[in-house]
Design a protein around this ligand. Structure first.
Ligand SMILES: Nc1nc2c(c(=O)[nH]1)N[C@H]1C(S)=C(S)[C@@H](COP(=O)(O)OP(=O)(O)OC[C@H]3O[C@@H](n4cnc5c(=O)[nH]c(N)nc54)[C@H](O)[C@@H]3O)O[C@H]1N2
Ligand SMILES: Nc1nc2c(c(=O)[nH]1)N[C@H]1C(S)=C(S)[C@@H](COP(=O)(O)OP(=O)(O)OC[C@H]3O[C@@H](n4cnc5c(=O)[nH]c(N)nc54)[C@H](O)[C@@H]3O)O[C@H]1N2
Ligand code: SF4
Ligand SMILES: [Mo]
Length: 712
């Protein structure tokens, strides 16, 4: 029996875990109380890591589909087969790649997802970002010059927080790495601070808040613009120390003129007086932070709403200031200021619908167009890497049909699920316990500067291939080096090149290629920590509270924060048109439950037991009007589809709104998910509309889908 300290890889909170390991099994999981950052916090998902890890449905060997049947294969066979089959697709754009959420949670993804995309050399790259946070990347790209410069609420030092379209008590934070969200909000209240939640549903976060403002879905943009309007009207704008770093802020006043509290009152369902008070609260707080998530990004005006969130933080002088919103500084990041090249989209456009490229990818919703539409450059092969587009993308029926029409498909994924059943080759990734962990992505969003590295808790079995090696191997295949190139030699060459580029003369240390690369990044990073130091500190190293980063962080050409980027300003007329278009239909929104993780953790018995989680929340008034009964089934219809789902009547959801979680619908044939199949639920994305996007970022509209509901 051994005790191993590691980091939970399941969500963005990055909690420290204390694992008890017996033989090749995790027999107990606890929150690591000595982890300086998470201080022992753990949620039901983290607590079930042992079961997830040992899930008998996990694949352990590659599968190759021959004559419609999956057969076990060796790794050599699988890689050779992929290499051979790729010869059928000389046009690289006919090979697409879809990268999903878990890619951001692994060292493999952090180090090699970029090179993998590059090696493929196809313009048809899609990721879960465009069903999620892409508006935020685009907005910060335009304002600060770099897509990853997303400021995070400094919750531990703030006095007031405004949370829109997020339920961090359930999601544990997103684009905001903040272990123990409930504890930190409680601390905020204890020291006399308060927080307000804007949500059409009384979420767990809304229930704990000092004030819950119920809003009509998809209308946060109007509320946010009205708040900006009020700051100007009441003369509450005060950019404080930001003055020297921002372009002229007074011009914003003109831009938001049409969006008075009175003008947006009806459309948002939020009373003008409430909006005025909220503006005062925000401006009068000593230190305040505005935070918007899924309900502000996967909507029609995601980019403008994201701009408005940061603009509120700037106009109240709360950007880059303790207790406001701040930029973390990861230990592996490059030291010092970089070149100000600015940011733009549309370096190339998608073949079928002419969507501009954003961050080198196209909107995930257009993947089906590229697969379905004949002609030169038509996508005929697909690599899915840690993604389940068959459930996670809007208009899933169309997605599934498109996936089944492909000539060749490869999935890098531990499960035979709704997506990978369409594959010709599945390359299974090892369970979490068998891999080294370092959070490349989330240290960028962390509420404290921390750093931690953990080696695999249990050694990888003989004959298994690590995910880092799968990515690296695929990259060499894409690069034309064949299925058996010498990865060590290539990595050594790359490391030498990087050393030269960074002008270092020390030899990076570590047992693996990835460790040596990480050591090089860390030692040349802003704190100069080494891999060895991290290995000596299994609970992580605290590098202190966030510190101001202006102007060093800016990458705009002007060297200033662009407060009024043209693409965003040019979208305001569209916002105004929408404001003037009344909307009375019943609309559908999403939600998350603490015991779920998108589509792929419903195979863990402890997480799906009890009351069904996949229900349609309906307000009692609506239920009565429509004739729906709690515990009975409703038929829900949208432009794209029709489903039947269990009804839960509750006053927690606003009138005129129904809510359903995503990631369910595990009753499709050809999968191997024993537990999930018994708790199948229904796929909400059979209703969401693939034609609705935020054009500035290509992000799908997943909240505010018009639906008709009747008793089934
Ligand atoms: N209606 C609606 N739809 C939504 C959302 C919503 O709010 N409403 N949310 C959207 C959001 S925010 C997101 S991020 C997307 C997620 O969309 P996806 O990323 O497409 O889907 P996931 O459900 O996260 O699926 C993850 C896949 O990775 C596999 N996997 C698990 N662990 C690993 C691993 O270690 N390595 C590899 N290679 N694979 C692994 C799983 O088996 C699964 O197939 O869904 C989006 N879809
Ligand atoms: N337990 C759990 N944790 C997760 C995940 C999970 O599936 N389960 N997924 C992870 C992923 S990939 C992500 S991206 C994050 C997302 O993290 P969050 O953004 O915190 O996600 P949600 O819990 O879906 O919260 C969104 C809230 O927005 C509300 N909402 C819907 N539409 C609107 C609207 O138009 N306006 C407003 N103001 N509110 C609206 C919903 O009612 C819901 O309460 O969570 C991550 N963490
Ligand atoms: S909150 Fe997230 S990181 Fe923490 S234990 Fe739960 S799933 Fe893991
Ligand atoms: Mo996400």
């Amino acid at each position: 029996m051994r005790t191993v300290f590691t980091t939970c890889p399941l969500c963005e909170a990055t909690c420290g875990l204390e694992l008890t390991v017996e033989g090749d099994r995790i027999t107990k999981v606890r929150g690591d109380r000595e982890d300086d950052f998470s201080k022992g916090f753990i949620c039901p998902k983290g607590a079930s890591l042992g079961t997830l890890d040992a899930d008998p449905d996990r694949l352990s060997t590659p599968l190759i589909k021959r004559d419609g049947e999956f057969q076990e294969a060796t790794w050599e066979e699988a890689f050779s087969y992929i290499d051979e089959r790729l010869e059928d697709f000389p046009d690289r754009n006919s090979v697409a790649m879809y990268l999903g959420n878990p890619v951001v949670h692994s060292l493999a993804g952090g180090l090699y997802a970029g090179p993998l995309r590059k090696a493929l050399g196809s313009r048809n790259v899609f990721t879960a970002s465009t069903v999620d946070q892409m508006p935020k990347h685009v907005q910060v790209g335009h304002m600060y010059g770099s897509i990853f410069s997303i400021p995070v609420p400094d919750i531990d030092r703030t006095d007031f927080m405004l949370v829109l379209g997020a339920d961090p008590f359930s999601s544990n934070g997103s684009l905001w790495t903040v272990p123990d969200v409930p504890g930190r909000f409680k601390e905020l209240q204890k020291r006399g601070g308060s927080f307000v939640v804007v949500d059409p549903r009384r979420s767990r976060t809304a229930a704990a808040a000092d004030q819950h403002i119920v809003i009509r879905p998809g209308t946060d943009v109007f509320l946010l613009l009205a708040l900006i309007h009020e700051l100007f009207r009441q003369d509450l704008v005060d950019v404080k120390d930001l003055a020297e770093h921002v372009t002229d802020h007074t011009v914003i006043r003109e831009r938001v003129m049409p969006f008075s509290p009175e003008a947006v009152e009806e459309r948002t369902g939020v009373e003008a007086a409430t909006i005025r008070e909220l503006a005062q609260k925000l401006a009068s707080a000593e230190r305040a932070a505005v935070y918007g998530r899924i309900g502000t990004t996967t909507v029609e005006f995601g980019t403008v709403a994201s701009w408005a969130v940061d603009t509120l933080n700037i106009l109240t002088g709360n950007l880059d200031r303790p207790g406001g919103v701040m930029w973390p500084l990861p230990a592996h990041s490059k030291r010092g200021p970089g070149k100000g090249r600015g940011f733009g989209i549309g370096r190339w456009h998608s073949r079928v619908k002419g969507h501009p490229e954003v961050m080198g990818e196209y909107p995930a919703v257009t993947m089906v167009d590229e697969i379905e539409t004949p002609g030169e450059g038509q996508v005929r092969a697909l690599f899915t890497i840690g993604g389940n587009p068959a459930l996670s993308l809007p208009n899933s029926a169309r997605v599934n049909a498109a996936l089944s029409s492909l000539d060749f498909m490869v999935s890098v994924d531990p499960y035979l699920n709704e997506t990978t059943r369409h594959a010709d080759v599945i390359l299974p990734t090892p369970p979490p316990s068998r891999r080294d962990h370092y959070d490349i992505a989330f240290l960028n969003n962390s509420v404290r500067n921390v750093v931690k590295y953990s080696r695999a808790a249990i050694p990888l079995e003989e004959g298994r291939v690590d995910e880092t090696d799968i990515f690296f191997r695929l990259a060499t295949i894409f690069s034309g080096l064949g299925p058996s190139a010498d990865l060590d030699a290539i990595a050594a060459m790359q490391l030498a090149g990087l050393k030269q580029q960074l002008g270092v003369d020390f030899e990076p240390e570590g047992e693996t290629r990835e460790e040596r690369l990480l050591d090089l990044k860390l030692r040349t990073g802003p704190y100069g920590v080494s891999l060895k130091q991290l290995l000596d500190n299994p609970h992580g190293i605290d590098l202190g509270p966030l510190t101001p980063r202006l102007p060093e962080i800016l990458r705009t050409v002007s060297g200033k924060i662009d407060l009024t980027p043209d693409p965003i300003m040019d979208d305001l007329p569209r916002v105004l048109t929408a404001l003037e278009t009344p909307e009375t239909d019943l609309v559908l929104v999403g939600r998350r439950h603490l015991r779920t993780n998108n589509s792929w953790m419903h195979n863990v018995p402890a997480l799906v037991k009890g009351k069904p989680l996949c229900t349609l929340l309906v307000n009692p008034g609506d239920a009565q009007r429509i004739g729906l009964t709690d515990g009975k089934t409703a038929q829900v219809t949208s432009r794209v589809g029709k489903i039947e789902v269990l009804v839960e009547v509750t006053g927690d959801i606003a009138p005129g709104v129904v809510s359903m979680p995503h990631g369910w619908g595990h009753d499709l044939p050809g999968t191997q998910l024993t537990v999930a199949q018994e708790h199948a639920g229904v796929n909400v994305n059979l209703l969401t509309d693939d034609l609705r996007i935020d054009p500035l970022s290509g992000t799908a509209v997943l909240n505010g889908t018009r639906v008709q509901v009747v008793p089934a």
